[in-house]
Design a protein around this ligand. Sequence first.
Ligand code: PGA
Ligand code: ZN
Length: 429
Amino acid sequence: MPKIQTIHAREILDSRGDPTIEVDVVLDDGARGRGIVPSGASTGKAEALELRDGDPKRYQGRGVLKAIENVEQVIAPAVRGMEADDQEALDARLREMDGTENKRRLGANALLGVSLAAARAAAASAGVPLYRYLGGEDAVELPVPLVNIASGGVHGGGNIDFQDFQVIPLRAERFSEALHDVVLIYRAMKDVLKARGVHSAGVADEGGYAPRLESNETGFEVMVEAIERAGFVPGQDAAIAVDVAASHFYRHGRYQLSTEREVWSSADLVERLAAWAARYPILSIEDGVAEDDAAGWKLLTERLGKRCQVIGDDVFVTHPRRLAEGMRDGIANAVLVKMNQIGTLSETLEVIRLAQRSGYRTVVSARSGETEDDSMSDLAVGTRAGQLKVGAITRSERLAKYNRLLRIEERLGDRAVYRGVEVFSGFER
Ligand code: PGA
Ligand code: ZN
């Protein structure tokens, strides 16, 4: 069994120019693996802690030298000699060493860097791609991509309140075809925004447009127009997914809509979302209410859970216990999966297994601050997650993930499975 021999960490930059941690693991048989950790902007309060130096002299306090020191001085000596292909034992050790609920002592960024790099090294040692290492022979399913077209909220510089308008390609029979359709819709959106006089050069954090729309509802309108302009039938060939990211405009128990200049209760917001879901081909709503709004979550799920996918992001933060509690309380019907929200690969896999056992759909997701690390694509295939949310089809930190899936599709050849529209079967539309 290959054993961990050396671990090295370095500070590199992410897609926002923020420092992040990259970890290299080398095994005693010479196999190597690398893991790079992404970073969110619209983070959930209960996420595992991303350790930053807070030293104002470097990167305005955002350096990660402490996390690096933790990897090299604390973690490396303690896990040297451990079997790289016993991921559970390694991750358990990492958690034990940290010893806190939210991984604040060593930092979730330090832990995840090691966890991922070790998995990659173990896969390399076994001579198999990561998806196959994680999922075995049956890991042949490519996910349906939920692709960012327009951004708002903290990803779009506050142009509108809702954070992320995505397209779900439904017509495609292969992943590569799905990407093709999405590219046409992305291009068509530029024309739609130009015609409305709201197009501006440059892209938002996830590569989509950041138009100054007159209302949040207009986001759905322009999505429908872009789908049509690209030559597709809305609702049939392509549908809409939205990440409301409602936690970020929830204050004192109320939703403060700056675009509408209105204050809504949870019931108002849920009713609006329900009306829009009836008027527009919306198939998926993420964080439709805030992480702390438990009553709102129940209402939203009761009202829309049979008609569309209701995803919990900030509310679950890829945490097995929080997901289990949410399921018990009838919250959401799908979970967003972000490895760095929880901090180890094993706990991420646990969340996916728990969701799948309970009939919750899973959407493997990138962060708004990303890197060229493409392990989440392998995670999506390796766990048959079904769906993937990475951002737009521009910016290479996004393309790294899509292009990885194109390579996996090619490699799998005839064995590749793509469920496409079937992933959403069962909703009453
Ligand atoms: P984040 O956004 O990476 O900024 O948290 C992604 C999301 O909210 O889904
Ligand atoms: Zn989200």
